[in-house]
Design a protein around this ligand. Structure first.
Ligand SMILES: NC(=O)c1ccc[n+]([C@@H]2O[C@H](COP(=O)([O-])OP(=O)(O)OC[C@H]3O[C@@H](n4cnc5c(N)ncnc54)[C@H](OP(=O)(O)O)[C@@H]3O)[C@@H](O)[C@H]2O)c1
Length: 330
């Protein structure tokens, strides 16, 4: 491996245009290649991130011997096939959230990555946010007592457009995979796998979930309210409540600039951080750290969690009546 981690970007759409420059700007990392279905689009992004090699196909990108890791930045419906394409070519991968359409696809990708001993991680960047890690540490320390509930929501208005990735089932559309995966992961960090999931929501005319509200129940009485919507917007917060206090995640739960901790003894304490750029630098640095250390999974983003959270989202989608063609073989 060269001194810097050499990234290839697969797909040259919206998020690639945000994360790509962050990779190029994160010390010890460079983008050396961009592959897209269209060479001009690949070349345009390559120009922005200083990558010398644009490719007009994904096959050429994954065949590039000087790519150390591929960032898969396509739509949910394509992640499974693109992840397998990379792994079969011997490339470690960072796969944008949501990792795949469903848990079955995720298990397949994880199995291939483990069998080939290649690094693999879901791009759940919230997990690498230092303040989210701080919140986990505070909860684990007992400062807020026993955690009894989590409330988390991530909603953002996506005006209805049947061709937009959020509403197009072929692209893996739906608020749960696009937005809900964050509050679901947030609740998971503090409570783990629920025993019961009850879901209500609203479907778009395409059949994709436009909104979803889940109640997670635990046999011991703990609970979580986890919701998301593409039909409105909100402060995007998270709240962890315990027997002796609470932790509030300041707006936006997936890239929190501050958290407030309240306990019955010391009152309120606020922790703040400056977000560098768009805040993806922690995720990029973690991938680079793992690759340098020869770690095949990030302990901050375990693949077993990625699969298990998708199992919960599968159940929620089934309750809403949302099905992808890929669910047929589940
Ligand atoms: N982490 C975050 O904060 C964040 C924010 C937004 C989105 N995302 C995630 O990023 C991913 C992409 O979102 P986006 O907004 O970038 O989407 P997008 O711009 O609509 O599409 C991204 C790329 O997906 C590929 N693609 C689209 N439809 C395809 C199809 N039918 N077959 C094959 N490839 C297809 C295209 O690659 P080519 O360029 O090669 O044609 C396109 O440029 C999703 O997983 C989304 O959840 C993450």
């Amino acid at each position: 491996m060269a001194d810097s981690i050499r990234w290839g970007i697969l797909g040259a759409g919206g998020i690639a245009g945000t994360v790509g420059p962050e990779i190029a700007a994160t010390e010890g990392n460079e983008v050396v290649a961009v592959g897209a279905r269209d060479l001009d689009r690949a070349a345009a992004l390559a120009g922005r991130v200083g990558a010398p090699r644009p490719y007009g196909s994904y096959a050429e990108l994954v065949a590039d011997p000087d790519v150390d890791v591929v960032y898969i930045a396509t739509t949910h419906g394509q992640h499974h096939d693109h992840a397998l394409l990379c792994l079969q070519a011997g490339k470690p991968i960072l796969v944008e959230k949501a990792f795949t359409l469903n848990a079955r696809q995720a298990r397949e990708v994880v199995m291939q990555a483990r069998r080939r001993r290649l690094f693999c991680m879901e791009g759940m960047w919230m997990r690498l946010n230092p303040l989210i890690i701080k919140a986990q540490e505070i909860a684990a320390s007992g400062r807020i007592g026993d955690v009894i509930s989590v409330h988390a929501d991530l909603s953002h208005l996506f005006p209805y457009d049947p061709k937009h990735r959020l509403y197009d089932l072929a692209a893996g559309g739906g608020s749960l995979l696009d937005l809900g995966v964050y509050p679901a992961t947030f609740a998971w960090l503090f409570l783990g796998r629920p025993d019961v999931v009850q879901t209500t929501g609203a479907l778009a005319p395409t059949g994709a979930d436009a909104s979803a509200a889940m109640q997670w129940g635990y046999a011991d009485g703990r609970f979580a309210q986890v919701s998301c919507s593409a039909q409105g917007t909100n402060p995007l917060t998270g709240l962890v409540a315990g027997t002796k206090g609470w932790i509030s995640i300041g707006k936006r739960v997936h890239r929190a600039p501050f958290i407030t901790v309240h306990d019955d003894v010391d009152g309120d304490e606020e922790f703040r951080q400056t977000i560098n750029g768009t805040g993806f630098d922690h995720e990029i640095a973690e991938v680079a750290r793992c690759l340098r250390a020869g770690e095949l999974e990030s302990p901050r983003a375990p693949l077993d969690d990625t699969v298990a959270i998708l199992e919960v989202l599968d159940e929620a989608r089934a309750q809403l009546g949302v099905r992808y063609a890929a669910d047929a073989s589940t």
